[in-house]
Design a protein around this ligand. Structure first.
Ligand SMILES: [Zn+2]
Length: 323
C-alpha cells in the first residue's frame, strides 16, 4: 500500500534517478568549458521543423533526423534591438557578413534537392554590432544581459544540432558560414590550424592534427593530415574541382602572408578538436562574383553543396547512393 508519506519518498527517489540520468547525458562528450554553455538546456528538437528563439532573433531550421550536416550563419543579421547597445569595445569586430544567410540557404536547398536530407541550419538575425555569436561570452564585449541571453539561445541551438547529429548519425560536419572582403577572391577554409603550421612543410603539418577542428577525421582517415588539408581530397581541393577558388587546397596550398581566417570560436567549440565525432570547418567566402547577387548565390551555393556531398562520400562513407 502506498501511504501519503511513502508516495513522497517514491516521488523524490524517481526524480533523483531522472536527474542523475540527465546529468550523465548532458556531460557526454561535450568537452566544453565555456561558462555560457556549461549547463546546456536539455531540449529535444523535432526533425524538419523550425524553432525560434525569443523575438525570433535566432532560428533553428531543424533538419532531417539522418542529416550529417549543420550550417550556420552568425554574422548576417540586421536587427538592432534597443535592449542591446552597440558593442563599442576597441577589440569588438562589428562588420556584417553580407548575404551570408542567403548563401547558406542556397547551400541547404541544394543539399536537400540532391540528397533528400535537409541539413540543420542555424541563423542569427541580430546585427553583429549588438551580439557576437562567434566569440566566447568573455570576448564578445556585449553591453547588455539581453545580448548575453541571445548568445546563449544561439549556442543552445548550435549545440542541439551538434548533439542530434552525434546521436542519430554518429558522425557529421558543421560548416560555419562567413564572408570576407579580402583582396584574393577565394574561399578561406578554416580548420583552427595556425597560419604558421599551414605555411610549414607537410612533415610539420602532419604533427598538429590535434589542433584542428577536424581532429576526429584525422584520427580515423587513411589520409595523412596534410593530405586532408591540401591533398587531392581536401575540402579546399574539392571546392576548386567545382570551380570555386579555395585556400588551403592542392591548387593553392598555403595562405602565406595573404589575409586568411583560420576559424573562430564556433568552429573550435563544435568541431572535434575537443572530442566527439562531429568535425567543423569555417568557410570564409569572397564577396564580388560569389555572393553579392541572388544569381551568384545560387551558383555558388550549388557548387559548395556538390563539394560537401563529395566530401561526405569520400571521408564519411555517407551519401553513397547519390550520384
Ligand atoms: Zn563572419
Amino acid at each position: 500500500m502506498v501511504t501519503k508519506k511513502n508516495y513522497w519518498i517514491y516521488l523524490t527517489f524517481i526524480l533523483l534517478i531522472i536527474g542523475a540520468c540527465k546529468k550523465g547525458a548532458s556531460n557526454k562528450g561535450t568537452g566544453n568549458n565555456d561558462p555560457g554553455i556549461e549547463k546546456p538546456v536539455e531540449v529535444a528538437y523535432s526533425p524538419n521543423t523550425t524553432v525560434y528563439g525569443s523575438n525570433k532573433y535566432v532560428t533553428f531550421k531543424v533538419g532531417d533526423v539522418n542529416s550529417p550536416i549543420i550550417l550556420a550563419s552568425p554574422h548576417d543579421g540586421t536587427i538592432t534591438p534597443s535592449t542591446m547597445p552597440l558593442r563599442d569595445h576597441k577589440d569588438a569586430v562589428t562588420v556584417r557578413d553580407t548575404y551570408l544567410t542567403g548563401l547558406t540557404e542556397e547551400i541547404a536547398d541544394a543539399l536537400y534537392a540532391k540528397t533528400g536530407l535537409r541539413p540543420h541550419v542555424i541563423i542569427n538575425d541580430v546585427a553583429r554590432s549588438r551580439m557576437e555569436p562567434n566569440r566566447s561570452l568573455a570576448e564578445a564585449y556585449h553591453k547588455s544581459e539581453a545580448a548575453n541571453a541571445l548568445w546563449r539561445e544561439y549556442h543552445t541551438f548550435l549545440k542541439g544540432a551538434r548533439d542530434m547529429v552525434q546521436k542519430n548519425v554518429g558522425k557529421g560536419l558543421f560548416l560555419d558560414m562567413h564572408g570576407h572582403g579580402h583582396t584574393k577572391k577565394r574561399v578561406e577554409v578554416g580548420y583552427t590550424v595556425s597560419i604558421a603550421n599551414l605555411n610549414a612543410t607537410d612533415a610539420v603539418l602532419n604533427t598538429v592534427p590535434t589542433t584542428s577542428s577536424i581532429y576526429h577525421l584525422a584520427k580515423t582517415s587513411s589520409y595523412t593530415f596534410s593530405q586532408l588539408i591540401r591533398g587531392d581530397f581536401a575540402f579546399g581541393t574539392m571546392l576548386q574541382d567545382e570551380g570555386v577558388n579555395a585556400v588551403p587546397s592542392k591548387q593553392d596550398p598555403r595562405p602565406n602572408n595573404d589575409d586568411y581566417f583560420n576559424g573562430g570560436y564556433c568552429t573550435s567549440t563544435y568541431g572535434s578538436r575537443n572530442g566527439g565525432e562531429v568535425s567543423a570547418i569555417q568557410l570564409e567566402t569572397p564577396n564580388d562574383g560569389f555572393r553579392m547577387s541572388a544569381a551568384e548565390r545560387k551558383v555558388s551555393g550549388g557548387r559548395m553543396a556538390d563539394a560537401i556531398i563529395k566530401y561526405m562520400k569520400k571521408h564519411y562513407g555517407l551519401y553513397s547512393n547519390i550520384k
